[in-house]
Design a protein around this ligand. Structure first.
Ligand SMILES: Cc1cc2nc3c(=O)[nH]c(=O)nc-3n(C[C@H](O)[C@H](O)[C@H](O)COP(=O)(O)OP(=O)(O)OC[C@H]3O[C@@H](n4cnc5c(N)ncnc54)[C@H](O)[C@@H]3O)c2cc1C
Length: 570
């Protein structure tokens, strides 16, 4: 019989969203509930520690910023696909999250008079990226993790890999997981749950994401009957360092960095004459892709083409003070110092706008189960996220879902979970995969998956390419995850990589189907064969459901409150 661990609230994922949720669940229950936080990596190695440039919030209304302006910038940035009520909630609650973090010890960067400093970011009409040098994610995570440790009713399961959700017709019941240290299989039983497992960017080879961002939580939700929403919208950040793909924060352009092509031309004046390098990411990424396509890029020894991000005119002092991490990254990974040399950059996979279908409260269609952070599609990002709005979203909906999950758990009794699902999950993992047979190398399959996504579901897409990619992914789905070579139980990364690959293939198919069906261009989804936005047909969210015949697409309306869609110019 599988060993069972019981909590009142189970949080899957310990990035900014998961940690913020844990604190709020603990506070809302006045320490009465037991809260389990499960993470496949140590909490402080969660992808969120990579966030660099800032968290968006309106703080300086006396200087001209306003909630209204942040709301409008976000909706326009989303190419009008964001749910406007959700954006309004994000923007109204983000400032209090900044001050809350401050009270928990966050070392925000400051101006000389002690005010919190804010820098400019793409698509924002006012500098509202609240930052801590260029290590905002690391400091936010440190602050949240330290705060969690003060609550004795929050228990961490570091390096436990969740394999599936336990859901019955009444609602959420728990999850199954492997303790990586021993390889043992457990069932978690809980009254309420929160999926906070982050994005799916490792579907691509050139990505800013941590290697742990493999879509597990999205696939778990999908397998449990929850639709995934707007998955075709994958963000490509304009400035990934060549050839590693490590991010060079948009804060570098916010602080004055410029983009230059092989001819020495500051090309953004052709694409976003007013905002230039501070246009939204979809537009700047496409501009770089066009420059490269038209032969204005440089070529790296790796074969990757790129343009230059030039910071030299900012001066050594500013670079050292405000952009010290990216300077170190350039020196360590590329052997160049941005004080003296331009940085080679190109567009890079960076963010998943879609995710687990959730309403404005972060509630999924399964009772007792919420989703927060990048894993959730509450729809504040629509077709293109503005930089700094993700960490803000993680904080705001971490708080909202933590509170709601705690309230729910206090009002409900613990129910038995579906033992049959636990048994079949254990069989799937240990009988079919761990003791399975086959010759296929999962790492080759993963590389083929990445190549397919890089080639056909990138900045520019076509119906033909997406159709071809779908065929390839369906073949890969049948070839993959039959067995593992490594039969040790302790820290068997071969096994977890195979499980991750299964999730990635499932989610890739949904990305491709949504992109293939959407015969328009909106935000980050640009179809060369349908280059215009088509509000008549496509001002709607995509929902992908699992059926016995594979994924099935459906659609639901976008919530428009104050801003009717208009042409987007910058
Ligand atoms: C380099 C970089 C810089 C960025 N900079 C900024 C920025 O300046 N401002 C901004 O707003 N946004 C930024 N972003 C985006 C932002 O960092 C992320 O969207 C955000 O941190 C996601 O946080 P999260 O809590 O949703 O998930 P994550 O931090 O991705 O955490 C996911 C968690 O889920 C766990 N997990 C996943 N699968 C499983 C499983 N099977 N079992 C158990 N646990 C699991 C992981 O262990 C982890 O704890 C940046 C992104 C990148 C890549």
């Amino acid at each position: 019989m599988t060993e069972t661990i019981t909590h009142d609230v189970l949080i899957i994922g310990s990035g900014i969203a998961g940690l913020r949720a844990a604190i709020e669940a603990s506070r809302a229950s006045h320490g009465k509930l037991s809260i389990g936080v499960v993470s496949k990596v140590h909490a402080m190695r969660s992808h969120s520690v990579c966030a660099q440039g800032g968290t968006g919030a309106v703080l300086h209304t006396d200087r001209g910023d306003s909630l209204e302006a942040h709301i409008f910038d976000t909706i326009k940035g989303s190419d009008y696909l964001a749910d406007q009520d959700a954006v309004e909630r994000l923007v109204s609650l983000a400032p209090s999250e900044i001050y809350q973090l401050e009270h928990w010890g966050m070392p925000w960067s400051r101006e000389s008079d002690g005010r919190l400093a804010q820098r400019a970011f793409g698509g924002h009409g006012f500098p509202r990226a609240t930052f801590a040098g260029d290590r905002v994610g690391f400091y936010e995570m440190q602050t949240l993790y330290d705060t969690c440790l003060r609550y004795s009713n929050i228990e961490f399961y570091h390096e436990w890999f969740v394999t599936g959700l336990l859901v019955d017709k009444e609602g959420f019941r728990g999850a199954t997981a492997i303790e990586l240290r021993t390889g043992d299989f457990y069932a978690f039983k809980a009254k309420a749950g929160i999926i906070a497992t982050g994005g799916a960017g490792r579907l691509y080879s050139f990505a800013t994401y941590s290697h742990s961002s493999t879509a597990d939580g999205l696939a778990m939700a999908y397998r449990a009957g929850i639709p995934l929403k707007d998955m075709e919208f994958i963000q490509f950040h304009p400035t990934g360092l060549v050839p590693s793909g490590v991010l060079i924060t948009e804060g570098a352009r916010g602080d004055g960095g410029i983009l230059v092509n092989k001819e020495g031309e500051r090309f953004m004046k052709k694409y976003a004459p007013e905002k230039l390098e501070l246009g939204p990411r979809d537009i700047v990424a496409r501009a770089i892709a066009r420059e490269i396509k038209e032969g204005h890029g440089f070529r790296d020894a790796s074969g990757l083409e790129y343009v230059h991000l030039d910071l030299r005119h900012l001066g050594a002092e500013k670079i050292k003070e405000r952009l010290s991490e990216i300077r170190e990254v350039c020196i360590q990974l590329r052997g160049i110092d941005p004080i003296d040399q331009p940085i080679p950059v190109r567009y890079v996979c960076h963010f998943t706008m879609g995710g687990v279908h959730a309403n404005i409260d972060g509630a999924t269609p399964v009772k007792g189960l919420w989703a927060a952070g990048e894993a959730a599609c509450i729809s504040v990002n629509g077709a293109n996220r503005l930089g700094t709005n993700s960490t803000a979203t993680c904080l705001v909906w971490g708080g909202i879902t933590g509170h709601s999950a705690a309230e729910y758990a206090m009002q409900h009794h613990s129910a038995d979970f579906p033992q049959q699902t636990v048994t079949s999950e254990e069989k799937r993992i240990y009988d079919s995969i761990f003791r399975g047979a086959g010759t296929e190398n999962p790492y080759d399959v993963k590389q083929e998956l990445e190549r397919t996504m890089d080639e056909h579901a990138n900045v520019f897409r076509t119906g033909e390419g997406l159709g071809e990619a779908l065929k390839r992914i369906r073949v890969l789905k049948h070839r993959a995850y039959q067995h593992v070579e490594d039969t040790a139980r302790e820290f068997n990364t071969n096994l977890t990589n195979v499980l991750e690959l299964q999730s990635m293939l499932e989610v890739a198919e949904i990305v491709l189907m949504g992109a293939h069906a959407r015969t328009e261009s909106r935000g980050a989804h640009f179809r060369l064969d349908f280059p215009k936005r088509d509000d008549q047909q496509w001002l709607k969210h995509t929902l992908a459901y699992l059926t016995p015949d594979g994924p099935k697409l459906d659609y639901c309306p976008v919530t428009i409150t104050r801003y009717q869609p208009k042409e987007r110019t910058y």
